[in-house]
Design a protein around this ligand. Structure first.
Ligand code: 6PG
Length: 471
């Protein structure tokens, strides 16, 4: 085998790993996969398109020895210890210059540690974010690789072949040094949390607020998805309203307990934003609201204590639906702006060299946060790759100005009638604060200096000042 048999190896043949390999095989690459569960290897082979070259094996060693060098091996295993375990098992089997790829949602600090550890052994380790779920992996995900640019060149043809395409361009690009790939994916997920929270708030306002039933909700989100709100998340939302529960015959959405789970990437985004000093309040609020939702028993008690009842929102339906549409549009833009502003700062602070125009380009297809808005943002970053905040782009400013009134109205009606709209409020507050020349933080500075001699700066003179307050 002139040192070449299989082009790509996968460790972990869960649905994501399997689908990604099958996608590669459909594009002419010869692929091999390993899973501790032999049934998964068999399932991989039986799911392959006839004529494609796909093999499942039961030991890591069998897989490694059948790969052409430098080997390209991806793992799709749960984040944390399983990744380190796989690395330890692989190490004795590898040769210099082999490429090991973590395609899961690992924390970027773990990725940085692993890059350094494997570099000492002349092995390339790449953190690669992959978005799009099961369907995306099979039909075309958005792929966010970071790390050694030379190693990326080896995997580039495979990634470009399998990635989603928008206007014939593949939704994959080298996104920077070190753990940049996992960092970008983390922020992608933070934005995902924010938009999902916002959509859920619009659902509440339309459902409990103005009484739309599931069929009506389907129609509203379908119309929205055909217009300026076109996006994957709005698209799947419309379908959710039609899904029947096989047990009861009710709509499934009505049978699902209102406690949201999470695997941590949204929280990581918020935590890291705090460390960087970048405000991402819609993402923070989305994480908090998922957390709050899990206190179901306390919420039930509180509902009884506060005698919470739902009051209809007294605005003509059609008028309110349009306002809610505009509020979602406005707050979705703010969510992307916060995530991208965070990436801008993180790129410099962590020396990752993240190309923001490329990030926005590859998010246009395949990933969970793909939306037609990204086309506008792509234009903004093409005009200015160093744009520190999307809100400073004139085209984006115009879009926000046009929806400012509606989001004010929606929040006013929601708060008057007691519907929680924390995400929408966080978006509007951020906007109002960001576009304000004068914030009341002069008072905070005065208070800090008063009780702690923390000093302040003046508006009329440079330097640092302290006052003996009250004397
Ligand atoms: C994607 C998703 C995916 C993520 C899930 C679940 O881009 O395909 O972001 O990677 O794991 O959305 O996330 P939570 O369980 O934290 O909601």
């Amino acid at each position: 085998m002139a040192n070449k048999l299989f082009d790509f190896g996968m460790i972990g043949l869960g649905v994501m790993g399997r689908n990604l390999l099958l996608n590669m095989a459909d594009h002419g690459f010869q692929v091999i996969g390993f899973d501790k569960d032999p049934k998964k290897g068999a399932l991989l082979e039986s799911s392959a398109t006839p004529g494609s070259i796909v093999k499942g094996v039961n030991t890591l060693a069998e897989m490694v020895k059948q790969l052409g060098t430098p080997r390209k091996i991806m793992m799709l295993v749960p984040a944390g210890k399983p990744v380190d375990d796989v690395i330890n098992d692989l190490l004795p089997l590898l040769d210099k210059n082999d490429i090991v790829i973590d395609g899961g949602n690992s924390h970027y600090t773990d990725t940085l540690r692993r890059v350094a550890f494997l570099q000492e052994k002349d092995i390339h380790f790449m953190g690669v974010g992959i978005s799009g779920g099961e369907h995306g992996a099979r039909m075309g995900p958005s792929i966010m690789p970071g790390g050694d640019p030379a190693a990326y060149q080896s995997v580039k043809p495979i990634f470009e072949a399998v990635a989603a395409k928008v206007n014939k361009s593949a939704c994959v690009a080298h996104l920077g040094k070190g753990a940049a790939g996992h960092y970008v994916k983390m922020v992608h997920n933070g934005i995902e949390y924010a938009i999902m929270q916002l959509i859920s708030e619009t659902y509440d306002l339309l459902h409990r607020g103005v009484g739309l039933n599931n069929d009506e909700l389907y129609k509203v989100y379908k119309t929205w998805n055909e217009g300026e709100l076109q996006s994957f998340l709005v698209e799947i939302t419309k379908d959710i309203f039609l899904q029947e529960d096989s047990k009861t015959g009710n709509r499934l959405v009505d049978m699902i307990l209102d406690k949201a789970g999470s695997k941590g990437t949204g929280k990581w985004t918020s935590q890291d934003a705090m460390d960087l000093g970048v405000p991402v309040p819609v993402i923070d609020m989305a994480v908090s609201m998922r957390d709050l939702s899990s206190y179901k028993e306390e919420r039930v008690k509180a509902a009884a204590l506060y005698k919470t009842t739902t009051v209809p929102i007294a605005v003509p339906r059609e008028v309110f639906i349009q306002q809610v549409h505009d509020a979602l549009y406005f707050s979705t833009i703010i969510s992307y702006a916060q995530g991208l502003a965070m990436l801008h700062k993180a790129s410099a602070e962590l020396d990752m060299q993240v190309p923001l125009p490329e990030v926005v380009r590859i998010w246009r297809g395949g990933c969970i946060i793909r939306s037609s808005l990204l086309e506008v943002f792509y234009g903004a970053y093409q005009a200015n790759a160093q744009l520190s905040n999307l809100l400073l782009d004139p085209a984006v400013a115009k879009m926000l100005q046009a929806k400012k009134q509606p989001i004010h109205h929606v929040i006013m009606h929601a708060t008057q009638t007691g519907y929680p709209v924390a995400g929408l409020m966080a978006a509007l507050s951020y906007f109002d604060a960001y576009r304000t020349e004068h914030l009341p933080t002069n008072l905070i500075q005065a208070q800090r200096d008063y009780f702690g001699a923390h000093t302040y700066q003046r508006i009329d003179e440079s330097g640092v000042f302290h006052t003996e307050w009250g004397s």
